[in-house]
Unconditional design. Structure first.
Lengths: 388, 385
C-alpha cells in the first residue's frame, strides 16, 4: 500500500519557509528557461509570419538579406514576363519591385540610433502583404515623398508619428499614415514609393522583386527557369523560407544561451531541493521508522519521498510558468544580426514550452529527491525508531 | 579567534548540507562571473577604441558609402593628423559559420593610425607592396592554421565573387583587449576589381578613420568635418571611435540587458538556497539558542553566530567560484573565440562576485535570525528538534 499523498502535502506545509524557498529557487529557473525559449520562439514566429507561402522573393545571388541584394531594372523586367505570376483584381500582375535601405533613427528611451528598414513599395506591395492594415491616416500617394510607418517604429522611435517628417537623402518624407502588420517584421519598417527612394538614395537597382505565384506548386518551375537564364544572376526563395532564414542565427543564439544558462542555474536549484529533501529525511527518521513498522514497504517510502520532491518541482514549475506567461505582454525591439536592422518581437508562449518548462521542473525535483529518498528507504527500522 | 572556530564548527556540523550549499554558491558565483565577463566581452570593442580617433560615416546609415574624394577635404580640416579609410568587406571563408571580421583599408595610413596592431617591420613592408596581400590577426591565423604566404579565398557577400588574398603578415595586439581575429587587405584591390564589376560602386568608401593631433579638440574637429559636407549628396556623421562602437553595441542593447538581468537571477536563486540552509540550521538549533539565552547571551550574540555562519558558507563558496572562473573563461575563450575575440575577466567582476556573496550571506541570514531571536526561552527549550 502506498503512503497517502496527503502525508507529503502536510509535510511541505509544516516546513513552509523551507518549501517556499526551495520552490522559489526552482520557479526562477523555470522562469528563465521558459522566458528565453519564449523569446527565441517569438522571434521565429515574427519572421515566419512575415512571409507568405505563395510569395517568392528574388535576391541577388549570394546575398543573405535584401539589404545587400541588388536586382537590376533589366532583370526585373525579365521577371515580370514570367507566366507563373498571379493576376490581381485589376488584371495587373501581382509583382512588386522593392528597394530596401537602412536609415539610422533615434530610439525612444535610450536616445541611441538604431537602423530601421526603409522599404520602397509600389502599388502591388500591399496586395502581396495581406497582413498589413492601415490603422491611421492614409496610404502614400505614388510619386510623392509621402511615407507610412509601422506600428512598432511609431512606438519605439522618437519623432515618428502621424504628420511628422523624416529627413534623409536630402528630402523630407512626410508620414501620412501608420500601419499595423501584426506580429510581423513589416511592423518594424517604414514604407514609401520605390522610385522616390531610388532617386533620393541614388540607387539604380532594386533590392528585391517579389511576386505571388498563381499556383503555389509553380515554385519549382520558377526556380529552374531562373537557373537556366544566364541574365538572371538571382536566387529565388519562398518568402516564408527567406524570412525564416533571417531568424535562424539569432534564434539559435538565444536558444544556446538560454539552455546553457538554465542548465547552470538548475544545478543550483537541484542542490536546493536536495538540501531540503535530505533534511526532511533526517528530521523524520523516527517517522520513517514508524511507517516501516506499520508495514509500509521500502518501495513505498522511496516513492513517498520521491513524490514529495516531485511535488516541490511541480510547484516550482507552476509558479515559474505563471510568471513567465506575463512576459507575453512585453515587446522587445532589438537589432537582428542578420539583417542589421531593428526588429520588434514579443515573447510567445506555446504548449511545447509549457511542457518543456514543466518537464524541466519535474526533472529538477526528481534529481534533487532521488538520493535522499534512497537514503530514507534504506533505513533500518530499529535504528530509525531509536533515533530521537 | 575562538568565535571564528565556533562559526566553522557550526557551519560544518552538517557536512552534507553545508557541502551542497557551498557547491551551489560556487556554481552560482561561477555563472555570475561568466555572465559578467560575457557582457564585458560585448563591450570589448568599445573598451579597445581610442578617444583620439574619429570615425566619419554616412549620416543616413552605415550601409551608405562616402565618396573617396572626401579624404582630401577632411585632410584640410585643422587638427586632423592622419586620414585613413576603409570598407566592411563582409567576406565569408567557406561557410557562414566561419565568421570573422574583414575590412578593406588604406593600409599605410591605417597601420599608422592603429599602432595597437603590431606587425614585424619586414612583413609590413611586403604587405604594403603587395596589392593582393592581407594581414590577419594572431587568433585568426591559429584558428584556420594560416601561415605567411598562404592563399586565402573569401566569398564576397556584398562584393560578389571569390576573392584571393595572400597572407603577408600576422599582427599581434599591443593591448589585452585588441581584437586579434580580423583580416585587413588593400582597399585599392577592392576598388580596382569593382571598376570592372560594378562601376557604380567604385571610388566609394564605407567610413573614414581620422586621427586628431590632440584628443581635446576631437569634438571640434568632428563638427568641422560634418560642416563641410552639410547639404551634400552624402552628408556625414563624425563621432569618436568609442561612440561609434558604442552605437553598435547599443543596437543589440536588449540582449545585453537580458543577460544582465539573468546574471542577477542566478544570485536570487542561490539566495533562496542559502536562506533555506540557514533556516533549517536554525530550526534544528532553536534549543541551543534558548540555552545560550538562558546563560545570558543577548540577541546580538545569537545574530552574530547566525550571520557569521552564513558568511563563512558564502565566502568559501565565493572563493571556490572565483577560482573556478579563471580556467572556465580560458575554455570558453578558446571555444567561442570566433564570436568573442576578447574574453577577459575584469577586476570589477571579481569584486562584484564578493559583493554578491556577502549580499547572499546577509539576506539569507535575516529571517532565520529573526526567528531565533524572537523565540521565548521556555518555548525554545520545550521544542524537540
Amino acid at each position: 500500500m502506498a503512503v497517502p499523498l496527503a502525508y507529503n502535502f502536510r509535510n511541505l506545509w509544516t516546513r513552509r519557509l523551507t518549501t517556499i524557498l526551495t520552490v522559489s529557487g526552482m520557479a526562477l529557473v523555470v522562469f528563465v528557461f521558459a522566458s528565453i525559449l519564449m523569446l527565441a520562439d517569438g522571434l521565429q514566429k515574427t519572421l515566419v509570419e512575415t512571409g507568405s507561402f505563395d510569395n517568392v522573393v528574388f535576391l541577388r545571388k549570394g546575398s543573405s538579406s535584401e539589404v545587400v541584394s541588388g536586382v537590376t531594372r533589366q532583370q526585373a523586367a525579365i521577371l515580370e514576363a514570367f507566366p507563373e505570376i498571379a493576376i490581381g483584381p485589376r488584371g495587373q500582375k501581382l509583382l512588386s519591385k522593392e528597394l530596401v535601405v537602412l536609415v539610422a533613427l533615434t530610439k525612444k528611451g535610450s536616445d541611441k540610433p538604431s537602423n530601421v528598414i526603409l522599404r520602397g513599395i509600389d502599388e502591388n506591395s500591399l496586395l502581396l502583404r495581406r497582413q498589413v492594415r492601415l490603422v491611421e491616416g492614409r496610404l502614400p500617394r505614388m510619386g510623392s515623398t509621402e511615407v507610412i510607418a509601422g506600428m512598432s517604429i511609431v512606438q519605439k522611435f522618437k519623432d515618428i508619428g502621424m504628420g511628422e517628417t523624416l529627413c534623409c537623402g536630402m528630402r523630407d518624407w512626410k508620414i501620412v499614415g501608420v500601419f499595423d502588420a501584426g506580429n510581423t517584421g513589416f511592423s518594424s519598417e517604414i514604407w514609401g514609393d520605390t522610385d522616390q527612394f531610388m532617386q533620393a538614395f541614388r540607387r539604380n537597382a532594386y533590392s528585391s522583386v517579389i511576386f505571388k505565384l498563381q499556383d503555389a506548386s509553380g515554385f519549382q518551375n520558377v526556380k529552374s527557369h531562373i537557373e537556366g537564364d544566364p541574365r538572371l544572376t538571382l536566387e529565388v526563395k519562398r518568402e516564408t523560407k527567406y524570412y525564416a532564414d533571417q531568424s535562424e542565427m539569432m534564434a539559435k543564439f538565444l536558444r544556446i544561451l538560454g539552455i546553457s544558462l538554465t542548465l547552470i542555474f538548475s544545478i543550483g536549484a537541484v542542490i536546493g531541493a536536495m538540501i531540503t529533501m535530505y533534511s526532511s529525511v533526517a528530521n523524520r527518521t523516527a517517522e520513517i521508522g514508524t511507517l516501516r513498522a506499520l508495514g509500509f514497504q521500502r518501495r513505498d517510502i522511496l516513492i513517498a519521498f520521491l513524490l514529495e520532491s516531485l511535488l516541490l518541482g511541480f510547484l516550482g514549475g507552476i509558479v515559474g510558468l505563471f510568471f513567465a506567461s506575463f512576459m507575453q505582454l512585453i515587446t522587445i525591439s532589438t537589432m537582428n544580426f542578420q539583417t542589421f536592422s531593428e526588429l520588434a518581437f514579443s515573447f510567445s508562449l506555446n504548449l511545447q514550452i509549457i511542457y518543456m518548462g514543466m518537464g524541466f521542473a519535474l526533472i529538477m525535483g526528481f534529481v534533487g529527491g532521488v538520493l535522499p529518498a534512497v537514503r530514507a528507504s534504506r533505513m533500518i527500522i530499529v535504528d530509525a525508531l531509536r533515533a530521537s | 579567534m575562538l568565535i571564528l572556530k565556533v562559526l566553522f564548527r557550526n557551519a560544518f556540523r552538517n557536512r552534507l548540507r553545508t557541502g551542497l550549499t557551498i557547491l551551489g554558491i560556487t556554481i552560482a558565483i561561477l555563472a555570475f562571473g561568466l555572465l559578467r565577463t560575457l557582457i564585458s566581452a560585448w563591450y570589448a570593442g568599445v573598451e579597445a577604441s581610442s578617444a583620439t580617433r574619429l570615425v566619419t560615416r554616412n549620416a543616413v546609415s552605415i550601409i551608405f558609402p562616402l565618396p573617396h574624394f572626401y579624404k582630401d577635404k577632411i585632410q584640410q580640416v585643422s587638427g586632423v593628423k592622419t586620414v585613413s579609410y576603409g570598407s566592411w568587406f563582409g567576406g565569408v571563408y567557406g561557410d557562414e559559420k566561419n565568421f570573422f571580421a574583414n575590412f578593406a583599408v588604406e593600409a599605410r595610413s591605417f597601420l599608422e593610425l592603429y599602432p595597437e596592431f603590431i606587425i614585424p617591420p619586414d612583413d609590413r613592408e611586403v604587405f604594403l607592396k603587395d596589392q593582393k596581400g592581407c594581414v590577419i590577426g594572431k587568433k585568426l591565423a591559429a584558428r584556420f592554421g594560416w601561415k605567411i604566404g598562404d592563399l586565402v579565398t573569401l566569398k564576397g557577400t556584398i562584393f560578389l565573387g571569390n576573392w584571393d588574398f595572400v597572407v603577408r603578415g600576422i599582427y599581434q595586439g599591443r593591448d589585452k583587449d585588441t581584437d586579434e581575429s580580423q583580416l585587413f587587405f588593400h582597399w585599392k584591390y577592392l576598388n580596382e576589381i569593382q571598376k570592372k564589376a560594378l562601376p557604380n560602386w567604385t571610388d566609394k568608401v564605407g567610413y573614414y578613420m581620422i586621427g586628431v593631433t590632440r584628443p581635446e579638440i576631437s569634438g571640434d574637429v568632428a563638427v568641422a568635418i560634418d560642416q563641410i559636407f552639410k547639404n551634400s549628396l552624402a552628408e556625414t556623421l563624425t563621432e569618436t571611435e568609442k561612440a561609434f562602437q558604442q552605437g553598435f553595441v547599443a543596437m543589440s542593447g536588449a540582449i545585453v540587458a537580458a543577460i544582465q538581468i539573468v546574471s542577477f537571477v542566478v544570485i536570487f536563486i542561490i539566495m533562496a538556497v542559502v536562506a533555506n540552509t540557514m533556516a533549517m540550521t536554525t530550526r534544528e538549533r532553536i534549543g541551543e539558542y534558548a540555552i545560550l539565552k538562558t546563560l545570558g547571551f543577548g540577541g546580538g550574540h545569537i545574530a552574530a553566530l547566525i550571520f557569521g555562519e552564513s558568511f563563512v558558507i558564502t565566502i568559501i563558496g565565493c572563493l571556490l567560484g572565483v577560482a573556478a572562473t579563471f580556467p572556465a573563461t580560458k575554455v570558453i575563450s578558446t571555444e567561442l573565440g570566433a564570436y568573442f575575440p576578447v574574453f577577459n575577466i575584469g577586476r570589477e567582476t571579481v569584486l562584484l562576485n564578493f559583493v554578491a556573496a556577502l549580499g547572499i550571506g546577509f539576506v539569507a541570514a535575516i529571517i532565520p535570525t529573526r526567528r531565533a531571536i524572537k523565540i521565548r526561552i521556555a518555548d525554545g527549550l520545550r521544542r524537540i528538534g
